[in-house]
Design a protein around this ligand. Structure first.
Ligand code: KIV
Ligand code: NA
Length: 277
């Protein structure tokens, strides 16, 4: 079991120490972000967009999530690993939801699952929590509902939709969710939710009042992510470095400057002569 648990996150909220969450989708990235000291690694279904090249998270399958979660779990020793439940995998029967969440835990080796939505997903949240699977909620901009929301837009700007988000957060807490992601909501609303619920809120495009922050790894390091929403801060330009490194490699191969003697194996002279002889 990794060092960070759901209890660690609750304690961090109580001590007013910000929680650090970032996404990862493979072994080397999980290893690096874990070594960097993040508290939570999210195997997000943003996988579909930043790794698999789809234009939304909707095509991501449970199979995809299990496969990538397994790789992440091999790389992380300290962080809590949370895996997203993909589109439509927690809206069927209680048995279907448990079977799907169970695969992320048992085969993927995640410690917890994340589900998008409020009121409408409470049965799924309760089912998992009763089965011993910790659930992280996700309110505000819920990308799996992009067609219903009519695009990737800030949520909870008017009174009715803001109140609905506060209500949903309370219901998620009652249903046993251990934390709630707030995506793309005004700062004042995120602050109210954070003060209202006793479980940690983790913001993305939700301002500084949340109990923690999350960013998509590829956005954070500039790894060929096409989108650059207002809420992203890019801390590195890994894409530029990769392009330059591969271009230099191509140039050196074409100029026969790579490989050099230091990259090359030799044979004893006598053997070479007989081989060619
Ligand atoms: O899939 C994801 O990366 C997410 C975060 C943006 C919270 O759900
Ligand atoms: Na997600």
């Amino acid at each position: 079991m990794n060092t960070v648990t759901v209890s660690t996150l609750k304690a961090l909220k109580q001590e007013k120490r910000p929680i650090v969450m970032v996404t990862a989708y493979d072994y080397p990235t999980a290893k690096l972000v874990d070594e960097a000291g993040v508290d939570v690694i999210l195997v997000g279904d943003s996988l579909g967009m930043v790794v698999l090249g789809y234009d939304s998270t909707i095509p991501v399958t449970l199979e995809d999530m299990v496969h990538h979660t397994r790789a992440v779990a091999r790389g992380a020793k300290r962080a809590l690993i949370v895996a997203d439940m993909p589109f439509l995998t927690y809206h069927g029967t209680r048995e279907e939801t448990l079977k799907n969440a169970g695969r992320l835990i048992q085969e993927g080796h995640a410690h917890a699952v994340k589900m998008e939505g409020g009121e409408e997903i409470l049965p799924a949240v309760r089912a998992c929590v009763q089965a011993g699977i910790p659930v992280m909620g996700h309110l505000g901009l819920t990308p799996q509902a992009v067609h219903q929301l009519g695009g990737y837009k800030v949520q909870g700007k008017d009174l009715a939709s803001a109140r609905k988000i506060v209500e949903d957060a309370k219901r998620l807490e009652e249903a046993g969710a251990f934390a709630i992601v707030l995506e793309c909501v005004p700062e004042a609303l995120a602050r109210l939710v954070t003060e209202t619920v006793s479980v940690p809120t983790i913001g993305i495009g939700a301002g500084a009042a949340c109990d923690g922050q999350v960013l998509v790894f590829h956005d954070l390091v500039g790894f060929a992510s096409d989108l650059k929403p207002k809420f992203v801060k890019q801390y590195a330009d890994i894409g530029r470095d990769i392009r330059a490194a591969v271009a230099r490699y191509a140039e050196e191969v074409r100029a026969r400057r790579f490989p050099g003697p230091e990259h090359t194996f030799s044979m004893a002279d006598g053997v070479v002569e007989r081989l060619y002889g």
